[in-house]
Ligand binder design. Structure first.
Ligand SMILES: Nc1nc2c(c(=O)[nH]1)N[C@H]1C(S)=C(S)[C@@H](COP(=O)(O)O)O[C@H]1N2
Ligand SMILES: [Mo]
Length: 326
């Protein structure tokens, strides 16, 4: 059962600023809290572990073929004004319109768990010796739109290796800042703050996975997750956790913000998959926001399995039932 203040906070979300989806989520959440839904409660509790991943080596050439795409880029103005960053509001335009209250310098990241060298480290030291590279990635949001974004970032693997993960590090858990003084929406319970995400260790170490520090050759704007966010191009956008302050190596599958909110709708893996519908909508097509028009009424194009990155990542999931482990 949710504490009373959670219900009150949930009800207080201004309707005008909330998408249908958010309203729906809140209602479901309240219903679950008030009457309890056995099916949801059950799936929330079942934390069975998926089969161990196959040991696969991705050749550098294979990986590199995914680092760029010739597809038309999404304009800077669209990448930076149509966002999901609930800490700054639940509307797509809220994060870009929010006052610049996030203090990104100094920025400290705490790294811990199953590793030989845990510690609290400044962003500068975290990135020391690593040169941000440009990666042009297709990005696909679970809500059905997609973008092509030139990120600046470093391979996550290079950062993680500095902390010497042990053999018990089967997953990596990430946590965002959740400071109501810097992030106005954190006062409301649209999400169980802090925002949390996770990857299996092989996904985290995959060469396509980056920690982004910029886009279009410039530092990340606040609304895109300054100063440091995750980018995993074969997964739905919500895996790309923003404004990261904590990284933990863990032995069991970590809880994630969206799974916590609605386990029947958001799985841990969240690989882009046109063959697995979201319970309330199809995932077969996407609206590509790109080019000069960048408009929201663009024609829908077919969504590809693993967002088109199957040559690079499909082997990570050999033997995994993608319908079960969505
Ligand atoms: N901390 C945090 N990270 C987040 C979110 C959020 O609300 N809070 N939204 C996620 C979702 S749903 C998407 S689609 C992407 C959007 O990233 P973009 O705004 O840079 O395109 O950020 C993800 N990372
Ligand atoms: Mo998303």
């Amino acid at each position: 059962m949710f504490p009373r203040h959670v219900l009150r906070d949930a009800l207080r979300i201004p309707a005008a600023e909330v998408t249908d989806e958010t309203v729906y989520r809140q209602r479901r959440r309240l219903l679950t809290a008030l009457v309890g839904t056995p099916a949801l409660a059950l799936s929330a509790c079942s934390r069975a572990e998926p089969p161990a991943p196959p040991k696969v080596a991705i050749t550098p050439a294979q990986a590199k073929s995914g680092f760029r795409t010739d597809e038309e880029l999404t304009r800077y103005q669209d990448v930076t004004s149509y966002n999901n960053f609930y800490e700054f509001g639940t509307g797509k335009n809220d994060p870009s319109r929010a006052p610049r209250t996030l203090r990104t310098s100094p920025w400290t990241v705490t790294v811990g768990g199953e590793c030989a060298k845990p510690g609290k480290i400044s962003l500068e030291d975290l990135l020391k010796g690593l040169k941000p590279e440009e990666r042009i990635y297709r990005m696909r949001c679970v809500e059905g739109w997609s973008m092509v974004i030139p990120w600046l970032g470093v391979p996550l693997a290079d950062v993680l290796k500095k902390f010497e993960p042990t053999s018990k590090a089967k997953y990596v858990a990430f946590t965002s800042l959740a400071d109501p003084k810097q992030m106005p929406e954190v006062r409301y319970r649209s999400i169980n703050w802090p925002y949390r995400e996770g990857l299996r260790i092989d996904e985290a170490m995959h060469p396509l996975t980056i920690l982004a520090t910029g886009l279009y050759g410039k530092a990340l704007p606040q609304q895109n997750g300054a100063p440091l966010r995750l980018v995993v191009p074969w997964k739905y956008g919500f895996k790309g956790i923003k404004s990261i302050i904590e990284i933990n190596f863990v032995e069991t599958m970590p809880e994630t913000a969206w799974h916590d909110l609605q386990p029947s709708e958001y799985g841990f893996f969240s690989n882009v998959n046109p063959n697995v519908d979201h319970p309330r909508w199809s995932q077969k097509t996407e609206r590509r926001i790109a080019g000069k028009t960048g408009n929201l009424f663009a024609e829908r194009i077919p969504t590809r399995i693993f967002n088109g990155y199957a040559p690079q990542v499909a082997s990570l999931y050999t033997g995994l039932d993608l319908k079960k482990w969505f």
